[in-house]
Design a protein around this ligand. Structure first.
Ligand code: G3P
Ligand code: CA
Length: 318
């Protein structure tokens, strides 16, 4: 499965080979929540900017609404990133995504957090809902339009956010299949911290006739000679992960990420993607990214996809 996924990754416009990745191609740049170093996270404007900045994938975290619609949202509640408290003051039952309908969520606007602003000089999003909370269907439509217009291929890397549910997982698979991204070729990858959710995707995908590669999230760890994925519930061996996933997504700031961990993952056919790069300058990006590339990482979730793109390209040209 992973080798098929790499066929897509290898087809990306990477610079010269020689990367110590699983397939020798350049590590992929993943627009983490879009480009939230610049524009509000999980918005169509943010995803568009990430693509314009050279991201190979965009990463929507996905939650499910009261009426079963997938929406791009990191938190399980709406207050941190949207104007939900203004639009629905004193909402009975609170502000859980799962307590709102898709129509209600469509009325919200996403606010910038951290260093982000509502606009980016020189960038005009094509979407007429650039700062709304997008549905996953809208995200996939945006990607299709972009691909048709440019001839480029952009991957999508949804995360099944907690609380995961069978309805959520089935909806993710159905949406990707409907968008022509249900194959093993790597145009879509599904990630989750919830390993039971990833395991459950096996029969769901078999029923749907899809073969979307799966990525297990956690932190790199080691128990004696064994390399493991650390999770809140404990450690899981990479051998166990390889039974149902094609890769691991590991923190670059927590855990015991090392060249040995990456080599162990690669020996099992597992790609290793690191989260989350938040460099504040190109110099810092290069300083952070170069040793991770040398370790063999296969991709990077980045809040600043332009800086990470340039760091990867600079490594190729060194
Ligand atoms: O999915 C990788 C990374 O995005 C996990 O962190 O909390 O930003 O979803 P989070
Ligand atoms: Ca995520």
């Amino acid at each position: 499965m992973l080798r098929l996924a790499l066929a897509f990754l290898l087809a990306l416009p990477a610079a010269a080979a020689d990367f110590p990745t699983l397939g020798g191609a350049a590590p992929v740049v993943i627009g983490h929540r879009g480009a939230p170093g610049y524009l509000p996270e999980h918005t169509l404007a943010g995803y568009e900017l990430a693509i314009a900045m050279g991201a190979d994938f965009i990463e929507p975290d996905l939650a499910i609404t009261a009426d079963g619609e997938l929406v791009a949202m990191h938190d399980d509640t709406l207050e941190r990133t949207t104007d939900a408290e203004i639009m629905f003051p004193g909402r009975a039952g609170g502000y859980a995504v799962s307590g709102f309908t898709a129509e209600e969520i469509a009325r919200l606007t996403v606010r910038p957090t951290g260093a982000a602003s509502t606009t980016r000089p020189g960038f005009a999003p094509r979407s007429d809902r650039p700062l709304a909370v997008p549905t996953f269907a809208e995200v996939l439509t945006l990607l299709s339009a972009y691909e048709q217009e440019t001839g480029l291929r952009i991957g999508v890397y949804p995360e099944a956010k907690a609380p995961t549910s069978e309805a959520q997982l089935r909806a993710i698979v159905a949406a990707l299949k409907a968008a022509g991204r249900g194959g093993a070729g790597g145009r879509a990858l599904i990630q989750s911290f919830d390993l039971d959710a990833l395991r459950a995707l096996g029969p769901i995908q078999a029923e749907a006739g899809t073969a979307i590669p799966l990525v297990a999230l956690g932190a790199a760890g080691r128990r004696g000679d064994a390399f493991v994925l650390e999770q809140r519930g404990g450690a899981v061996s990479l051998e166990e992960i390889a039974l149902f996933a094609s890769g691991v997504g590991v923190s670059v700031s927590r855990g015991a990420l090392s060249a040995e961990f990456v080599a162990a993952a690669h020996s099992l056919g597992l790609a290793v993607h690191g989260y989350t790069l938040r460099p504040t300058s190109q110099v810092e990006s290069d300083r952070i990214t170069a040793p991770l590339i040398a370790m063999g990482l296969d991709g990077f979730f980045s809040d600043y996809p332009d800086l990470t793109r340039a760091s990867v390209d600079a490594w190729a040209a060194r």
